[in-house]
Design a protein around this ligand. Sequence first.
Ligand code: ZN
Length: 287
Amino acid sequence: MSLLYLLGTGTPTPTKWRFGTSYVLQLKENYLMFDCGPATTYKLVKTGLFPTQIDYLFFTHHHSDHDADYPCFLLCRWDQSTGKEQRLQVYGPQPTEWITERLIGPEGAFCHDLEARLESPVSQSVHENRGGSLPRPEMSLDVSDIRPGKVIETDQWTVTTAPVRHAEPWLESIAYRVDSDEGSIMFTGDTGPCESVSRLAEGVDVLVVNCWDHQETMEKNGEAPGQTGTLDAANMAQTSGAKKLILTHTGPHLTKPGSREKGIGDIARIYKGEVIFGEELMSLVLW
Ligand SMILES: [Zn+2]
């Protein structure tokens, strides 16, 4: 059984029910996190998971609603570690390596915290009482800037990437598709419809689309370029042949009661598969 945990299903606008973006895909004993938006670590624990379970983190891009909790996640995962966990692997478009260095490198924003937890006798006791041993291991992880087109393979799953159309040339953004023996899922990330996204989505089982607002609203207010509206999402899903469409990164207008039902109705006129309006802390059985 494979599960998808929706941790963040919102946008840069904080609301009571959603804020920022993050998902965790569970494939057997592997937990893959996609994006790490505001409060991801807290929401992760609220779903019943724990930071030390996450061994892979993939960034679609570095808008803050997709990465603002990155320092919190890194520091918490390391602090809660007994030193016996897998080494964390982080992938994302540039400047993923630069951001990581500026957070936890020797001159990084959190170097004082790391030093204090490594050196202070009380922190060392907490670490030992948690099951760790001294000397306390320093944080170690593998971080890679990746270009669209990169393929990451393990013996259980393959991650394939593609360029998307979002905030170029200021930010590079990528979509991720994960294939395993049991099924496939794609995260479009923030993007407008484009050929590379359609190509990557061909024949995928589950399509997770960042859907901003009603199509007609976005066409009128200038928010359509580089983003996906309801009808774009429906067309992407219908063309791909996906069995399931999960809407997420939904904006404050689309999520209002009544508005979301209209959105789902508009989508259902085009897309004939199952539509799920993603909510934070939802966990879904994929296959
Ligand atoms: Zn974005």
